[in-house]
Design a protein around this ligand. Structure first.
Ligand SMILES: Nc1ncnc2c1ncn2[C@@H]1O[C@H](COP(=O)(O)OS(=O)(=O)O)[C@@H](OP(=O)(O)O)[C@H]1O
Length: 233
């Protein structure tokens, strides 16, 4: 299940700060990496991670293609907030090893809008019998901002989906700039997902993704970023 990569990254950041686990070390990271990425500021975190990740990606690109691809994946695996939102390279890895039909891509924005349709699609894909969901189950969000943790469900309608100045990030312009830098960073990856969908290999992304990441979103006539278009679906 994929979510708009910027909003997934932000959600993960807020959750990890609340759990106090942002600087937890992953086996995929260089020694000492995560401890340095320890801040409660999303703006600072984006700047720190993207600066390191872009340098890592540049070094990877200097290698022969197969090694470059492997090293590129490693650069993304350094960081579970931003790197894990780069979906295409990992999805393509699955598609190289499994027939397309065995890989179902669904989107969180579609789950929020039409939970029953998406749940039925997942049930059919994995071959489990249909469950009769009640309306409370269909309206529930788990591990949602404000009540993170898997034990508690909250109302989907109460979910707060936007990225706004808060905590140490009170500078609205700096928050918008961080969101914009991320959007540009993720765009090539998201555009490769659009191409896979155009080839009929995966489900089409929600229209809002095309508006944010499609090439038209980067033309000189595109509207500038505002808090409104930094709001999640
Ligand atoms: N049913 C449904 N529909 C849409 N969105 C939902 C749903 N259930 C959970 N959520 C939102 O998912 C976010 C938590 O996802 P994860 O626990 O997978 O995040 S993580 O990547 O493992 O950190 C978390 O996002 P944020 O609230 O923005 O942090 C949840 O609100």
């Amino acid at each position: 299940m994929l979510r708009d990569p910027v909003f997934r990254a932000h959600s993960r950041f807020v959750e990890q700060v609340q759990f106090g686990t942002l600087n937890a070390t992953l086996p995929t990271q260089p020694r000492g990496y995560a401890a340095l990425a320890n801040t409660t500021s999303f703006v600072q975190y984006v700047d720190w991670v993207l600066t390191h990740m872009e340098a890592c990606l540049q070094r990877a690109q200097l290698k022969p293609p197969a090694l470059a691809r492997h090293l590129t994946m490693q650069c993304y695996l350094w960081d579970h907030v931003i790197g894990y939102s780069v979906y295409d390279i990992f999805l393509l890895n699955y598609l190289e090893h499994f027939p397309d039909k065995q890989v179902l891509v669904v989107y969180m924005e579609d789950l929020a809008a039409e939970p029953l349709r998406i749940l039925e699609q997942v049930e059919a894909h994995i071959g489990v019998p249909h469950h009769q969901y009640n309306t409370t189950e269909l309206a529930a969000a788990f591990n949602a901002r404000g009540s993170y943790g898997w034990g508690r469900g909250s109302m989907l309608s109460d979910r707060k989906g936007s990225i706004e100045p808060s905590g140490v990030d009170q500078n609205a312009t700096a928050v918008l700039e961080a969101v914009e830098r991320l959007r540009r960073f993720f765009a090539p990856s998201v555009q490769r997902l659009f191409a896979l969908a155009d080839e009929g290999r995966i489900t089409r992304a929600p229209q809002a993704w095309r508006a944010r990441y499609g090439s038209a979103a980067f033309s000189k006539d595109a509207p500038p970023a505002t808090p409104q278009n930094a709001s999640a679906v």
